[in-house]
Design a protein around this ligand. Structure first.
Ligand SMILES: *Cc1c(COP(=O)(O)O)cnc(C)c1O
Length: 365
């Protein structure tokens, strides 16, 4: 399998204790998870959300992005990165990656797309590898991090997600910290945090939990908000997974090193000469240009090896072509044509990786 969860009695007990407590909607577990996530990342504040897509949506609103604004985003990402810009009525401007070896948004390509309307830049730390943050932060516009791949990765000693004004994590079932669904935003800015907290729950000034505890009896609605809250069952699983994150990230790293040693030499391996990033999320390889990727993936599947593609470029999806048909990003497009992602998760042993590499060899011949 491409991805798998690593659950045991810790997650089972966590869920059971929520059910026995009788309190299911956002409350003490969510607050505990937020405290632990802030401590783990070193962020001033952490806010748990229903998923990373809603976190990105809230981040756009908190950053004041709206109609008429442009936001520079990578095209080599999951579609939610750009959808968040559309949700608030702004225009995503797609920027090119650095190279086939470093498929991260390029500071030079971002700079070339800055206009007076540029309200923010979104970076995405592909596979867990940090973008060139010093250069990108130096360009001027505020930076929002889509850190869905990068919980546990660092850039010059600081956690990915805490480098820009706002950072968003995903706890979807296949992410390094897996809670099924779920997300979070971190920030060091008190004012942004207050805005996020209000909008996460309908723009209301108090939560049901506060009213239940007798801290409040009524509320006002001071702005347009949403229901983007994290449920307690999710928060309980997320707390258990956060406790294992470092160990699981080390296991991913070991599997990745085994891949780097054993994969056939005719494959190009993005980031292949770089140190492991701390939270490796993906194991991408680039096929030689002449290899038929669908046939290669089918031959892997015949050998019971699941593979995937990260990603089809966002600017080439039908919906995005309707909005702007003339976007051309040759390096992103070539990367997306040749990339295949191989299975990577904490339960992959070195022997599993050896078997997959043998299957890759067979599929290439
Ligand atoms: C998974 C992912 C998201 C969306 O996360 P959800 O929690 O599923 O909403 C956004 N961006 C990237 C880069 C992702 O990998």
């Amino acid at each position: 399998m491409l991805s798998d969860v690593s659950f045991d009695a810790a997650e089972e007990d966590a869920v059971l204790s929520v059910i026995r407590s009788g309190w299911l909607s956002m409350g003490p577990r969510t607050a505990e998870f937020e405290g632990k996530l802030a401590a783990y990342t070193g962020a001033g504040h952490a806010l748990a959300t229903s998923n990373c897509t809603t976190a990105l949506h809230l981040a756009m609103l908190a950053a004041g992005v709206g109609p008429g604004d442009e936001v520079i985003v990578p095209s080599l990402s999951f579609v939610a990165t750009a959808n968040a810009v559309l949700y608030v009525g702004a225009t995503p401007v797609f920027a090119e990656i650095e190279s086939l070896d470093r498929p991260l948004i390029s500071p030079r390509e971002v700079e070339a797309r800055i206009t007076p309307r540029t309200k923010a830049i979104v970076v995405m730390h592909y596979g867990g590898f940090a973008c060139q943050m010093d250069a990108i932060l130096g360009l001027g516009p505020p930076v929002i991090e889509d850190a869905a791949h990068a919980i546990g990765s660092n850039y010059r000693g600081r956690a990915c997600g805490t480098l820009g004004i706002l950072g968003c994590y995903s706890f979807f079932a296949n992410k390094n910290l897996a809670a099924g669904e779920g997300g979070a935003i971190v920030t060091n800015d008190d004012r942004l945090f207050d805005d996020l907290r209000l909008r996460r729950s309908h723009g209301m000034t108090t939560l049901s939990w506060d009213r239940f505890k007798g801290h409040a009896f009524t509320y006002d609605v001071v702005d347009l908000g949403f229901n983007f809250r994290m449920p307690e069952l999710t928060a309980a699983v997320a707390i258990a997974q956060l406790a294992k994150l470092e160990a699981n990230n080390r296991k991913r790293e070991i599997a990745a090193r085994a891949y780097l040693e054993m994969l056939p030499r005719e494959l190009e391996i993005p980031f292949g000469r770089e140190p492991e990033p701390g939270a490796r999320h993906l194991m991408p390889v680039l096929l030689p240009a002449a290899v038929d990727r669908s046939a290669f993936m089918a031959r892997l599947r015949e050998q019971r090896v699941q593979s995937s593609i990260h990603y089809a470029p966002i600017h080439q999806f039908s919906h995005y072509r309707k909005l702007a048909a003339d976007v051309s990003l040759p390096v992103t497009e070539e990367y997306a044509r040749r990339v295949v992602t191989l299975p990577l998760h904490p339960k992959r042993s070195t022997e599993d990786v050896a078997q997959i590499c043998a299957a890759v060899r067979t599929a290439l011949d």
